[in-house]
Write a protein that binds this ligand. Sequence first.
Ligand code: ADP
Ligand code: MG
Length: 699
Amino acid sequence: MAKNVPNIFGSMVFGDAVMKSRLPRDTYKALRKTIENGTHLELDVANVVANAMKDWAVEKGATHFTHWFQPMTGVTAEKHDSFIVPDGKGQVIMEFSGKALVKGEPDASSFPSGGLRATFEARGYTAWDPTSYAFIKDGTLCIPTAFCSYSGEALDKKTPLLRSMQAINEQALRVLRLFGVTDAKRVVSSVGPEQEYFLIDKDMYFQRPDLVYCGRTLFGARPPKGQELEDHYFGAIKYRVAEYMRDLDEELWKLGVLAKTKHNEVAPAQHELAPIYSEANVATDHNQLTMELMKSVAAKHGLACLLHEKPFAGLNGSGKHNNWSISTDTGINLLEPGNTPYKNAQFLLFLVAIIKAVDEYQDLLRVSVASAGNDHRLGANEAPPAVVSIFLGEELTEILTAIENDALYTGKDKVLMEIGATVLPHFPKDTTDRNRTSPFAFTGNKFEFRMLGSTHSIAGPNIALNTIVAEELSQFADILEASSDFKADLNKLIKDTIKNHKRILFNGNGYDDAWIAEAEQRGLSNLKTTPDALPKFVEQKNIDLFTKHHVFTEQEMHSRYEILLENYAKIINIEALTMVDMVNKQVVPAVLSYESDLARLMNRKIALGLNMSTVLEEELLNKLAKLTACLSGRLEKLMSEIVAVKEIDDALELAKAYRERVFMAMGELRLTVDELETVVGSKYWTLPTYAEILNSVGQ
Ligand code: ADP
Ligand code: MG
């Protein structure tokens, strides 16, 4: 296979090379113009493109096409249409029109819209995003599309992402022009998302209704051996897992996904895959595809891939590291410290813009990673805290401090840091003490936002990042464009920004409790759970931000807020119902049957009257009696909470009630069940245990 990689890479993608070879020159040029400048694609051009696409797809065995989009459910949606058209003589021909390529009308009444689209006018439409190439998946030509209502409101995750990319493009270009950069025509945001996941045996998976319905285990006593030996991290990859990874890489490469790195993670059965970074919207599409393929390839290998943020209590959860940078179409990474004073001034300005953005919009970054699943992770073992802060590394922090105080930079070069006059001292890109506990870390020429949950679409966090940085750049551009002394004003701007926003900088251990206390003193926000975070989204300052940059309308924001709240409540409701079901159908019968065997044995011993000891049976029965009484009370409590919260109408109050009442009752019930698991004989316990699940993949 190794020799073939260049051949199979992108073989299922209608990418640039295919376009060039299959389209007439004029059509190709027109299409490239659309891709690069976002100009409108004329219907006659679209017709030619569609036809070439169809011919190519049919040669590759495709029979259907679909507009592939990302509604607010967080997963991708597709509705397949075949290419067939009757030829009038009882036969069919394969056809695909420009109209069908450019626009689709899924009957979308069942997608969440947060009240944006009343069901009586349920038809939203999908529109091709030509900046993300079409591809073939399972015999279907998939066309990446945006999904909007007829009145133009975004109903998906791609539309606002594209708008946010446009916002940062415009504002970053304004700033670049001030530095005399005239050749760059576009600034793009790039993302490399590192994706974590668990792999377990498919049979184990199907024996656990909680995994099937909720993606995480709702019960499970600790295994005798967890991750404490830390022998799994970067450990040798098991044969079955290696086979899986090989297959997954190959499927991803065919789709043009730049799958690059794979390794074992800290928890047993946990792994990671990272691609090489690409433009934010392509990276988003590719990450969705990656998550989808992780699951479908697993099924082919008799495995199940768990993407949930916390499949197993007591073990590390799964996250996603969103590596983000901005660069020009001429290939200059704007977060790369330069090697001339002038370039450095530019770098410093972009750097402080990001510092200011993260400080002023901590809440938005927190909201962008808020979900029921991620609540298990943020602040827990090995996950960044719910407090947002920036890690810059010691050297860069010292440089900023020196600038702020007009002081000598105390690094080995001992220089006075004069912006625009001094070359930045060379600081190592990857210092060995790289901080893995920071939610937002500068790693040489990019920022790594580490709070994302493993199931999240990366669209949300990148919409937030692009927009908040665009806002700061626009403020800076306003000041500097009006300046009569560029150098002096630039200096002042950088210094003032450091002074006003340095509270967000923190290089220490983000997992430390002392930091949480200090963060509070610094006035940083600590939005612990999803219901705490979500209301921030619709605060006036954030509405002003998103509407100013045309990323969301106010109405779109309110609808998203509603969807997120509802989603949170629904997830906890499903988990609670699954829990009740599992207790009734699996836990209680297991306990009762063990109890009854014990009681029978004890009675038989007594009946025989041979002076046999029944101490053990009695002790066990006593213990079980106490635990079952507790179980019954806690089960009752959970069931009544599930019913009681249904009375609440207000979406925020409902989400809070699910958190404070239902979720809490679930936690209590779990404790009892987990204790029972350790008491009841394993032949009675029908649910696979943590030890069995985590070691299910074999050698
Ligand atoms: P790790 O964080 O695991 O040490 P790396 O830092 O090498 O790994 O890369 C992690 C991810 O960051 C990869 O997906 C990589 O492609 C991406 N990345 C590297 N450079 C950039 C950049 N300039 N912009 C965005 N992502 C980047
Ligand atoms: Mg990383």
